[in-house]
Design a protein around this ligand. Structure first.
Ligand code: GLU
Length: 329
């Protein structure tokens, strides 16, 4: 009995080694890092996966094993990184700005996050509003009296929705029935007629809008007017367009809808060691051509773009790489 057990253990152990289990000394040195992303139908989730893939490919060299977690989005990620629960997070550029500066009106008002560090920017995101054709919503003003998802509290897009509404004279507390749902829930609820419209801030193309525009209920993108006014009031917003070519199932006939946008950024904490941040930065930038092929939302992205839109200080581990690569002085 005992002998069989020992033999089984020996076989299992031997098999594990044969199947590529790392030698004991490498395993002992493995640094596990987790990247906070967003809902699985967004672009943050595959983005975390793309970044993890780049550094995990060199596991033998760095001893880093990166994994990805689906989360409630930007605000959750920043707070989890600051609490030390996650090492990295994907977060909207506007949220990075607000958290580092403790901006009035944001959830970090009076609570700036001096340890927040920028690593790089990634794809562009637009703030969009979709509505079911049955809801009769054709303009943002038509939201009055309807049931609208403005987003969960940990998300980045909830504040974008509130800012878009305010710039157009609407108040989510009094003008309609606001839902606080995480983004992935909204497409199904629109399809079932349980909500009329929903906001979301995401790169394109995304699984979220593909799902929302692929069902029986026709769904339409509604323009968000006054982008100039919004961009003049807040330093982190810029006017933007959402191209309808990404979503052939949408009920829109125009080429694009007008709105405003932000950037997805990759953030960490000053507490995360330089060599870990350096390794991730180096693998993404040194293998840039391979990286940009990992998601269609990165189309047209350049290395220079990835150094724009950062408001927190750049982490010294990332800075070391940018100087070595001649991307920064
Ligand atoms: N920008 C969204 C947020 O932070 C997440 C988008 C995504 O997951 O791609 O709420």
């Amino acid at each position: 009995m005992k002998k069989t057990l020992i033999l089984t253990v020996a076989i299992v152990f031997g098999l594990a080694l044969m199947l590529g289990g790392a030698p004991a000394d490498v395993q002992a040195k493995t640094t596990f890092v987790t990247i906070g992303t967003g809902g699985i139908t967004g672009v943050y989730y595959p983005t975390g996966g793309a970044i993890a893939k780049m550094v995990n490919a060199k596991r033998d060299m760095y001893g880093i094993r990166a994994t990805v977690e689906s989360t409630g989005g930007s605000a959750f990620n920043i707070n989890a990184v600051m609490a030390g629960d996650l090492e990295f997070g994907v977060a909207q550029s506007d949220r990075q700005f607000q958290a580092f500066n403790g901006t009035e009106g944001s959830e970090w008002a009076g609570k700036p996050q001096p340890d927040l560090r920028a690593v790089f920017s990634i794809h562009a995101e637009t703030v969009d509003l979709i509505a079911s054709a049955d809801s009769g919503i054709n303009t943002i003003q038509d939201l009055k009296g309807k049931r609208i998802n403005i987003g969960n509290f940990g998300s980045g897009f909830r504040q974008n929705a509130i800012d878009a509404l305010e710039a157009n004279g609407l108040n989510y507390e009094t003008d309609f029935m606001a839902e606080n749902l995480a983004a992935p829930e909204a497409p199904g609820l629109i399809q079932d007629g349980r909500i009329d419209a929903a906001f979301y801030t995401v790169g394109h193309p995304s699984g979220y809008y593909k799902e929302a525009t692929a069902g029986k209920t026709k769904v339409k993108f509604i323009p968000i007017p006054n982008a100039d006014k919004i961009a003049a009031k807040y330093p982190y917003y810029a006017p933007a367009r959402t191209l309808m070519s990404h979503y052939p199932g949408a009920a829109n006939t125009e080429e694009y809808v007008e709105t405003f946008g932000v950037k997805a950024t990759f953030v960490t904490s000053a507490q995360v060691p330089d060599e870990v941040v350096y390794a991730i930065t180096k693998e993404v930038f040194d293998n840039f051509d391979q990286f940009v092929k990992l998601h269609p939302a990165y189309e047209g992205l350049t290395k220079e773009d990835m150094l724009k839109g950062l408001s927190a200080p750049i982490h010294p581990g990332a800075m070391k790489y940018y100087k070595e690569a001649g991307l920064m002085k």
